[in-house]
Write a protein that binds this ligand. Structure first.
Ligand SMILES: [Fe+2]
Ligand SMILES: [Fe+2]
Length: 141
């Protein structure tokens, strides 16, 4: 990200990605509105909500390109509490999701539980990653 030209290309890439996420959201919305089936709705909403999340992450990433990222001592305390509380919460969630999956045999509940288990494992790994980044966030940059 040193050359201004690369930076511009990178920003364009992020902007295009946001457009892709927007189209995923509106396409999902259109299909959701065509059915009253709660299972079908949730199956599509799972991707729609991820797309909304991706858009939010990309907007934050774009913001970081044009401003300095600073964490105050109060921010760091909140991150500390978040890591401390959620390292246990997410581990409990993984264990619970694994138990629920073991107890289920039908394809639809198993598919839903597999999605949840994979999310919970990701949350658990994310908390570890945040914990590793804490030192970097505390630096004056
Ligand atoms: Fe996405
Ligand atoms: Fe979680």
């Amino acid at each position: 990200m040193t050359l201004p030209e690369n930076r511009k290309k990178f920003e364009e890439l992020i902007n295009n990605w946001i457009v892709i996420e927007d189209s995923a959201i509106s396409s999902a919305d259109e299909l959701i509105s065509q059915s009253r089936n709660p299972f079908l709705k949730t199956m599509i909403e799972m991707v729609k909500m991820d797309s909304q999340k991706h858009k939010r992450i990309l907007e934050t990433l774009r913001l970081s390109l044009n401003s300095t990222v600073v964490f105050s001592p109060d921010d760091l305390k909140i991150i500390d509490s978040f890591v401390e509380k959620h390292s246990l919460i997410e581990k409990n969630s993984v264990t619970t999701a694994e138990q629920a999956l073991d107890m289920s045999s039908l394809p639809i509940p198993r598919m839903l539980l597999k999605q949840l288990l994979s999310d919970e494992k990701r949350h658990d790994a994310y908390i570890d990653e945040l914990n590793e980044l804490k030192g970097y966030m505390a630096k004056d940059t």
